[in-house]
Design a protein around this ligand. Structure first.
Ligand code: CUA
Length: 127
């Protein structure tokens, strides 16, 4: 069976790549720091994420097994990570420096409460 959407998507991707050099990104302000994070019983990989204050952070999260969640309460970030490996993204601005706890926000088994990570936001500027 032919997949009718394949040709248009390919064309769009090529056009985007072709124009990439001539166009500026929509939000030129904050640099985007992108990370791929895997959630599994009972850890985040990588466990530690380091960015700088003011960075636009984009996390692409996948579960390697069951449903998990990713929450950074101090930065009001929370996303559910479905089982099956479908990626979900969480985007936020690292608005203040510090070391923040990353928690699993969906019950995933006996190690749920120990499923923790760390977000380190380095202060910008050396005043
Ligand atoms: Cu993973 Cu709760």
């Amino acid at each position: 069976m032919i997949r009718p959407w394949t040709p248009p998507i390919t064309v769009i991707v090529l056009l985007t790549l072709g124009l990439g050099g001539a166009q500026t990104a929509p939000s030129a302000d904050a640099p985007v720091k992108a990370f791929e994070v895997t959630a599994s019983r009972f850890e985040f990989t990588p466990e530690k994420i380091e960015v700088a204050e003011g960075d636009h952070v984009k996390l692409t999260l996948r579960s390697a097994d069951t449903t998990h969640g990713m929450a950074i309460p101090e930065l009001k970030v929370k996303v559910k990570i479905p089982k099956g490996g479908m990626p979900v993204t969480a985007e936020f601005v690292a608005s203040k420096p510090g070391t923040f706890v990353i928690k699993c926000s969906e019950y995933c088994g006996p190690g749920h409460k120990k499923m923790l990570g760390t977000l380190v936001v380095a202060a910008r500027g050396g005043q």
